[in-house]
Design a protein around this ligand. Sequence first.
Ligand code: ASP
Length: 587
Amino acid sequence: MYRTHTCGEIRASHAGQTVTLAGWVNRRRDHGGVAFFDLRDRSGVVQITINPDLPKEILDAVANVRFEWVLQIEGFVQKRPAGNENPNMATGEIEIIAKHITILNPAKTLPFMVSSDADLPDENMRLKYRYLDLRRERLTNNMVLRHKVVKFMRDYLDKQGFIEIETPIMFKATPEGARDYLVPSRLFPGQFYALPQSPQQLKQLLMVSGMDKYFQIARCFRDEDLRGDRQPEFTQLDLEMSFVHRDDVLDLVEGLFTEMIPAVAPHKKLYSSPWPKFSYKEVLERFGSDKPDLRFGMELVDVTDILAKSEFKVFQSALEAGGAIKCIVAPKSAEMSRKELDALTEVAKSFGAKGMPYLAVTAEGAKGSAAKFFKEEELTALKEKSGAGVGDLIVFASDARAIVNKTLGGLRLWFRDKLDLADKTMMAFAWVVDFPFFAFNEETQAWESEHHPFTMPKMADLPKFDSNPAEVYSEAYDMVCNGYETASGSIRIHRRDIQMKMFQMLGLSEEDIQAKFGHMLEAFEYGAPPHGGMAPGIDRLVMLLADEPNIREVIAFPKNQNGRDVMADAPSGVEPKQLKELKIKFE
Ligand code: ASP
């Protein structure tokens, strides 16, 4: 037997027992002839005391032991003398007095320390040696948390009557708006499988099969430009249900998360229960984003009516062009320096604004770039409507309504970070519903599906499909949390005629429709039930629960920010023989 116990489980109640442990040397200290090793395994760390009265061959063997050697230790559990306890360690009340030590494997000096997060090396270095980086307590805890999250999901859904079904990884293109990863076929040269961007088609086909309630911890593959915090492959809790309306799906998922958070992350609190539900239009107007962070206020205030007759040119021209004037109030920011305000103006411009008028509310009156243009009654009405008081900064945007919302939404988050306005212990879940069905792509001058092409439009909007696509709304919904989109889903099209119409709207030819989606259309002719579902992202959720800054910290072996696996060096070239078999030639 390698061990009788794990390192992290030994407590004062074990005092007097002889135990055998195995693990890595986390730290070593030598004190007046006595050596102290902190021995670590996944469960935690325990102090081993090596007294000088041990046989010489053991003492000689341990003399060379360094960080990260792998040892087996048999020892006697002893309560630490009063005053020597370490309250910061779960095992801090006891120590193990070593009787016998076996060196299971020595270790070279590691490229970086793993026993502490001080001096974290550069991320590529951490990823190159990811198997060592994962030894860190923080990363180990992240893996354990991720396991608990997934286990909770499985157990909860099982109790609700769902079954877990695996769907193929080698399949046909399933569009979610990204490029596909392709797998060349040796048996059918010149033909390719596509890795699924999601199991969307397959889960819908499972509904046609009568599976009723399906879920899967599903890997999704999307070949996207690696903007921001994205991975080429990521994991979703993919689920689908038959005979449901929108709120049946939302209630199920809300119930799952509401029970899960206290169970897996008791230090987190929920913003509200039930969760707020906003229309897409409302979130844009109030928060300037379709994934609002509700952990703080600073909502956008529409002041178009108050400033309708403003003498300020910038406002006038925006209104003449049919735009709007809105503002946000940044608390205690009236004293921001000129330099900071200039920097902030650049931030505003990055969201499309032409400038960033502001007013600092001071005891001596309003100050700022545009102060002289404001009439007394405008100022009074402005303060009353926006709630701004002495010491606050009012920041304006005036332009087309969409630009105004985007700009102030962006600035709102800038202030959140600068002023530390968001409660880090809060998980502010909310629903966003009633999305537009189509999005117009200015580049291609074509309509695209806002969610994906399998989403059901609002039935009442069907007649507007051809005449006014911009006014068609969909049965899609997003779950958002702390400024992130944490899930999206929809009630699906289950009628062939509507699905066909959708593909045609997207500009697909009859042949393309048949070649790409013929199997779906055919399936809809054999009694497809009404159905819907969604897919919460697991990486981002665990990231939020673990208070990590990016999803790479909660994925065991992530790609780096350029989409490379720097540990195994992938992607990489392959043998000419393999290419020949696949009949692939490079020019
Ligand atoms: N397949 C969708 C996605 O990956 C989610 C869903 O509609 O269920 O975003």
